[in-house]
Design a protein around this ligand. Sequence first.
Ligand code: HPA
Length: 328
Amino acid sequence: MHHHLQAKPPTLEGLAIYEFDERSDSGNRKVYAALPLVFVYSPHPKKEIAMSSAVYEKLKKCESCIRQVTDFIPKVAIVLGSGLGDYADTIRVTAQIPYGDIEGFPVSTVPGHDGRFIFGYVGDVPVVCMKGRVHYYEGYPISDVVLPIRLMKLLGAEFLFLTNASGGVNTSFHAGDLMLLTDHISCFAPNPLIGANIEELGTRFPDMSHVYDPGLQEIIKTVAAEQRIFLQQGVYAQLTGPSFETPAEIRMLRTLGCDAVGMSTAVEAVAAAHMGMRICGISCVCNLAAGMTASPLSHREVQAAADEAAPRFKKLVTEAVKHFGEIR
Ligand code: HPA
């Protein structure tokens, strides 16, 4: 059975009407379906073609929204995870845009994830900073989760600095450790590149051999040594959340070679790698993961550990970004 599909202009708000020619042994017939305009994974490739161009259109619309407010061209895009929320204080700010002011932009619902873009300078380096990110567990389609990353690249950012809070899976880690991401496991979350490839952004089958730029990793390790900031390194696994993992899931992740687990970052890195960005990531290991200690996990505990690590974390990010400014 084949589905031939043609997107028609939306006739109901937020819905697109699709027309299918369904061919079966008993003949042809037309089938109609109303689909939300957001991207949902679909086993029908042609549906995704229509939707991927919608993803790109939304992105371009967000870009023009921002360009009405500022002509700032960032070099480095920084995503602030839990604990780096007040990092913006260290930026010489030139413009701020609340996510809510950007048409179609996903707005976070997690307390402590106040959402806006901050444009300004770290040292002499022009940066765009995401204060707050959206997570897949909030219910957004994965294309919306990575939209901000794509947007920052369209605005000019060639470098991406990802930060997050995670649970330690490696038994030698301690709560409060910072971990440099050397690689990730993203395949427990949906791949943000599913759907027709957006040719304007990158190729269909992008290489993921060096998602986290080896040169940037070296810079971060050097800076950490200079600043006497203890830095672990390892593989970050993204699970969808929002529930924390079970002890069995943590044992599974350890067997698979994960050192830390969280609910963000890897899908963002995949979207950024697709666009050829130079990526680095640091995770604040806020707790040892489920089953590794006697205490149950709580968001408050995670936040408290993130707050304790914040001064070190900020220093490391700032000094590394200054060095990135010297590249090319
Ligand atoms: N698991 C998943 N995400 C997290 C954790 C954890 O233990 N801690 C902070 N973010």
